[in-house]
Design a protein around this ligand. Structure first.
Ligand code: NAD
Length: 380
């Protein structure tokens, strides 16, 4: 059994799929690991760190693709590499199934067994493999640091000889994994924090972090299968906005993290709301790539609107490449252990984790939503 670790080619992608410590564990299980030269360099793991634990550095990227049975990636397979794949080869990574169905179709056509970490179920047993969570937590943490650095104010309360500084007020919209870490980070910096989520079940988690939960009673179901948020009606959105407006107007920092998988992100902060914020305040929109939770936000850009700075950072986990790679590599290790319980690969479709995250196998796309998206592409 041979596992390959490729150098990530994505723009501003500094993470590596497997770090030397994890490679050592795999080699201890009798698995050979081949690493592309410089694969870990941006996460501060050089080639010697990998060879020191027993890995082999591949003479070229192409030879790595030829020699390995399983390719461990962060951002999946770039289109230029698709032709290097062969039937039966296994690919593991963030494959962006709902955002890039064309690539998934090509993986299926090449007969690849593709495991999408995004599709690992959000269950207790799968927690140690949940890369969405490990990376979202980093995004939530970093969003607060970005906001604090851009805010022309102190965040904590300070009592000085020159008077008392009141703590900054931070509002977090969406209290999933990223939002909860944003709340915890803002609290550690000394901010007063308020949070809102469409799923009332998160109230206690928000409160346990020392934040105030903003009450918005919606008279409709807001939770979908798997605990994810459900898209709500226009009337419900209006009602939520009316209540949130007062809280946002008083905020120094707003962090937005709300997403509905596979759909455009909901707009939670309208331009009218932004216009009521104090000039100099900061919004960090973690959903900017999915269309944005804040009107006016642009993916990958900082925008000034009515004197408010709206940041739309991309791929924040990559900016914390050392710990993002460490936690991602541990997630992959646990997934690989499920796949290779002893020394051979076992494709156990009776196991719910494997069944759900195995996106392509034997020439087929195994996920109905992705099949529908591919069919739409074909019909256009
Ligand atoms: P996400 O990134 O899909 O969305 C972020 C948050 O935004 C969610 O809490 C969601 O409810 C909220 N949101 C969506 N639309 C909104 C709107 N219109 N207004 C306000 N908030 C809105 O979420 P996630 O962090 O990936 O978590 C998704 C689900 O998975 C949650 O139920 C979470 O508790 C669950 N989860 C379970 C486990 C586990 O049990 N192992 C681990 C991680 C997450």
């Amino acid at each position: 059994m041979r596992i390959g670790v490729i150098r990530e080619e994505g723009l501003n992608e500094y993470r590596v799929a497997l770090i030397p410590e994890v490679v050592k564990t795999l080699i201890g299980k009798g698995i050979e690991v081949i690493v592309e030269s410089q694969a870990g360099v941006h996460a501060f793991h050089n080639d010697e760190d990998y060879t020191a634990v027993g890995a082999v550095i591949a003479p070229s990227r192409q030879s790595l693709f030829q020699e390995v049975d399983l390719i461990a990636t962060v951002q999946g397979i770039a289109s230029a590499d698709l032709s290097h794949l062969r039937p039966g080869q296994i690919v593991v990574g963030f494959l962006n199934p709902l955002g890039d169905p064309r690539c998934i179709q090509q993986l299926a056509e090449r007969g690849v067994t593709a495991l999408a970490v995004e599709l690992v179920p959000r269950t207790s047993r799968a927690q140690s493999m949940d890369a969405l969570s490990s990376q979202a937590s980093i995004a939530g943490y970093k969003a607060v640091l970005l906001a604090a650095a851009a805010l022309p104010k102190y965040v904590p309360m300070l009592t000085t000889a020159a008077g008392t500084i009141r703590p900054a007020k931070v509002v977090v919209l969406g209290a999933g994994v990223a939002g909860l870490q944003a709340i915890a980070t803002a609290r550690r910096l000394g901010a007063t924090v308020e949070a809102y989520d469409i799923r009332p079940a998160v109230r206690e988690e928000v409160q346990s972090l020392g934040a105030h939960f903003i009450d918005v009673t919606l008279n409709e179901e807001t939770t979908a299968v798997g605990g994810y948020a459900k898209e709500i009606s226009e009337a419900a959105k209006e009602h939520a906005r009316a209540i949130l407006t007062q809280h946002i107007a008083a905020a120094d920092v707003v962090i937005t993290t709300a997403q509905v998988p596979g759909r455009k992100a909901p707009v939670l902060v309208t331009e009218a709301m932004v216009s009521q914020m104090r000039p100099g305040s900061v919004v960090v929109d973690l959903a900017s790539e999915q269309g944005g939770n804040c009107e006016g936000s642009e993916a990958g850009k900082d925008v000034r609107l009515h004197g408010v700075l709206i940041m739309g950072p991309l791929n924040l986990p990559s900016t914390v490449a050392v710990h993002a790679s460490q936690s991602y590599a541990k997630n992959l290790l646990n997934l690989i252990k499920l796949l290779i319980p002893k020394s051979e690969v076992v494709l156990d479709f009776g196991d719910d984790i494997f069944d759900q995250c195995c996106l392509t196998h034997g020439g087929e796309i195994r996920n109905q939503r992705v099949r529908d998206l591919v069919a739409q592409l074909t019909n256009v």
